[in-house]
Design a protein around this ligand. Sequence first.
Ligand SMILES: [Zn+2]
Length: 334
Amino acid sequence: MSDTPDRTASPAPCIDIHVHMVSTREDRGVVLKKGALGDPGMRLLADLRHSSLRWNAFLEKRFDAWYLESLVRKLRMSGRVDKAVLLGFDAAYATDGRRDEAATLAIMPNDLIFEAAEKYEELLPGPSVNPYRPDAIEELERCRERGAVLIKWVPNTQLMDPADERIAPFYEKMAALGLPLLTHTGYEHAMKAPRQEFGDPRRLRLALECGVTVIAAHAGASGVHDPVEYFPFFIEMLDEFPNLYGDLAALTWINRKKYLVDMARDLPQAMDRMVHGTDYPVPVWPLFFREFLGAPRALALTASRNYFDVEIEVKLAAGMPEAVLTRAASILAL
Ligand SMILES: [Zn+2]
């Protein structure tokens, strides 16, 4: 590769690496347990699912199409984002390979992710594979064949311990396939999370040593009220592991805002390792950033329906460098 940029090449696309699939297709293996979700919007959906017949008819037959159409409409409305990685969610498994039905709070099956990405060119598949599944390696291979650009985990909820030596072969396979791991770091608040310590970025050393490109979702930032502050551990590890990145998903929330602002102001080298992600459909709150935007602009953005551009404008105002927006293109298995 030449060091001189090729001016004839089209600029790198802007990819949002952190967009959630939400489906109600129980006939396709979806699980969304009542009361399993902490986030109010998601909880409402799960609760509606268990309420009236009229809602059930909509949720059963039309919800998925409505959800994907409205997501893609917003992506097309955006003047900045080209594509989004749609994320799956695998079941919880015990370390002996048994699916843990009681601990499984949600499943968004990989096939639904692949089908959505086949239907809409704006979507890239980000399936989820629990490394304790008996067929974990085969599922990784299958996912890569079907075009997966990364693998998504929420260890706090899906109960995989990223530091467990037994999953080293899984990491080696990921590295061989060139599949990055996007894994939740910090405390998990959107869903119930029985093992919050699995979100500790220090547990990612094994994956990094196995050569996996790891993107620490939320950059180890969880919330200023959580008992352990994981963010400094993540920042320290950036120096040691060039294959470690972070995403800025949900960092516009009031409990994570501090990390975004601090990083933009004091940690430019860390910002050089950040990747763009929103955590859609998690809402954006421009009013939390009115000291950067000015109150009139914050109000105008609050009224806007252009979700993806509003989210970016808020982060840029807080000091996120533009380069974050296109970094994913050089990291994902495109
Ligand atoms: Zn998320």
